[in-house]
Design a protein around this ligand. Structure first.
Ligand code: ZN
Length: 136
């Protein structure tokens, strides 16, 4: 069994952004010659999140809209007294920042419509996605 670690850098373009990182993660799996095992994807950030869902453009806008409704960026949250991004922290708490995905024959064993999505909630920024592959 092997354990391989790596990091992807992802640049978000707007305050709210959804970035499909599936292709980059699979390229990394190819580079490290992954075969069968699991991949842990983890973002070391408190104002972004990771989700697995469909990458359809309208749905990505719906996800942003839902998170805005739930986290109310315009509300005077206490954290906004020190840092004007409470909504982004709250979005991270709701969605989470890590995923474990099976790897089969060197590829992410995702469902037909599933993609690994980085949800930017306080961009634009450069984000990191830490990867750990455990397997053959
Ligand atoms: Zn903050």
């Amino acid at each position: 069994m092997r354990v391989v670690q790596g990091t992807l850098e992802v640049r978000s373009k707007t305050r709210f952004d959804v970035i499909d990182v599936t292709g980059e993660v699979e390229r990394w799996l190819t580079q490290v010659k992954a075969r069968n095992g699991i991949l842990v994807a983890y973002i070391p950030h408190t104002t972004a999140a990771l989700a697995i869902n469909e990458g359809e453009e309208g749905l990505l806008e719906d996800i942003v809209e839902l998170l805005k409704e739930l986290t109310k960026p315009e509300k005077s949250w206490k954290h906004n007294m020190v840092d004007d991004n409470a909504h982004a922290h709250l979005g991270n708490v709701i969605v989470g920042g890590d995923k474990v995905i099976p790897v089969s024959d060197g590829r992410l064993a995702l469902g037909t419509w599933q993609r690994l999505l980085l949800l930017e909630l306080d961009g634009p920024r450069v984000r990191r996605v830490n990867l750990v592959y455990v397997g053959e």
